[in-house]
Design a protein around this ligand. Structure first.
Ligand code: PRT
Ligand code: MG
Length: 217
């Protein structure tokens, strides 16, 4: 269960933490420790009733769902793969933006493979998003679940294509891969535990309002 009288926020280190800081500031919350310099997993803030817990990006929805945190910030990609069960998602924060795309080796003719109805081998960490995307297109795929470095799979012949997040495109370029299809735009959302929403209604409503006022354009 969630801790009474305390708001616990689940964030992941890196871009989500960095891009959430201005939203926290709008809510009058200042994290008083630097996650990059400390090994602590629970960070205090300027407010005695607010703390931040650092978890893996993919674990944010799980911690919030189970009441380990009242509130969290998670990418749309992560939320779709998690399923979002029992999570209230009041705001698109428009931060940590990128896109989910299909990429192939420059010498692989994706359009021709799709047209011919060939079976395509797709490596990805995002199996839910990928299977839904290809099912909607009527393309048959063999999904290969990986946990990282997806870009490697087509290079060594394990897959014809990957489904991965792209922001600048530099990672694809460095590995001689080309983006052939955008599946969806991705940004991070605020997620709230359903029980916390009832039990800590006033405090949570204030955080949601402050975040909403500070969403980048
Ligand atoms: O990295 P780690 O394994 O610790 O965890 P994670 O990858 O789950 O977390 P993190 O912090 O990297 O990503 C958290 C969230 O940020 C994701 O769930 C996305 O919603 C969002 N986000 C925004 C991104 C990117 N942009 C992004 N560019 N997540 C990952 N990337 C990766 C991408 O997977 C690829 O490897 O960056 C690479 C591509 O970047 P470009 O700029 O070279 O195109
Ligand atoms: Mg990452």
């Amino acid at each position: 269960m969630t801790t009474p009288g305390m708001i616990t926020l689940a964030l992941s280190k890196g871009r989500i933490f960095e891009e959430t800081l201005p939203l926290l500031a709008a809510a009058g919350i200042e994290v008083t420790e630097d996650p990059e310099k400390s090994r602590k997993l629970i960070l205090s803030t300027n407010r005695p009733d607010v703390r931040v817990v650092l978890v893996r990006a993919t674990d944010v929805p799980t911690y919030v769902q189970h009441g380990g945190a009242d509130i969290g910030v998670a990418g749309k990609d992560t939320l779709i793969e998690h399923g979002g069960d029992n999570l209230y998602q009041p705001l698109d924060l428009n931060i940590a933006k990128c896109r989910m795309s299909v990429a192939v080796r420059a010498d692989f003719d994706y359009a021709a493979a799709v047209k011919q109805g060939s079976r395509i081998r797709v490596a990805t960490k995002y199996t839910t998003i990928a299977s839904e995307h290809f099912a909607n297109k009527g393309v048959h795929v063999d999904l290969i679940k990986l946990y990282g470095s997806m870009e490697l799979a087509p290079l060594i012949g394990v897959a014809d294509a990957i489904v991965d997040l792209v922001s600048t495109g530099n990672t694809l370029k460095a590995n001689h891969l080309v983006e052939v299809e955008e599946i969806m735009q991705i940004s991070s959302r605020l997620v709230v535990n359903q029980a916390s929403l009832k039990l800590k209604r006033e405090a949570i409503r204030k955080v949601i309002q402050a975040f909403e006022s500070a969403i980048p354009a």
